[in-house]
Design a protein around this ligand. Sequence first.
Ligand code: FMN
Length: 195
Amino acid sequence: MSIRTADSPLMNSVFLDRWSPRSFSDEPVTNEQLDAIFEAARWSPSWMNNQPWIFAYDTDGAGREPILNTFMEFNRGWASAAPVVGLVLAKTDLEGFMSRTRDFDTGAAMMSLALQATMLGLSVHLLGGIEIDAAYEVTGADRETTEILCGFVLGHRGVISALPESLQVKEVASDRKPVSDFAFRGGRITETPAS
Ligand SMILES: Cc1cc2nc3c(=O)[nH]c(=O)nc-3n(C[C@H](O)[C@H](O)[C@H](O)COP(=O)(O)O)c2cc1C
């Protein structure tokens, strides 16, 4: 595992400042912040500029509880404190071969969104642990043309002591495998990356 050091080659701290907390405060996310966050997602790259991503979200409106209820129990407990809750979807009805990268493209948009949120002093936490059938119902998405990928919450970080003790210990930025495990100059993958 690499260590987060001051001599990191990164040119901007946003890459390390972004991590996934479970503690959120009730400070609202403003409409201006939401505009900036989704605008960042808007400018993401996608194959043939297909822009397959869809974000279904709410703050304190009628959609909040239904969206929260799509989150699996182990996520819902802490996620319910976040002022913005949402679901990430992708269009599947793209022309032929271009459909292959829809999840990749949507992931790129999600990362742009998360980095912009970080620059605004906010945090995003993605949630693979959601009920897919419920998410189709809540969003009204068509199963023939749309896939549900994951949930997300967004907000200001909160007080760690408000979390259950079992989660408090997890409230730290995690580390990563070294670059040599996944970047191979010359194009030949010489070692199987450790899992
Ligand atoms: C697609 C996806 C699904 C995830 N699902 C969950 C989840 O259901 N619950 C959770 O607590 N974290 C979830 N995470 C967060 C990851 O555990 C987290 O991003 C990873 O451990 C790296 O930590 P970091 O984001 O703090 O750097 C998910 C992340 C991604 C990208």
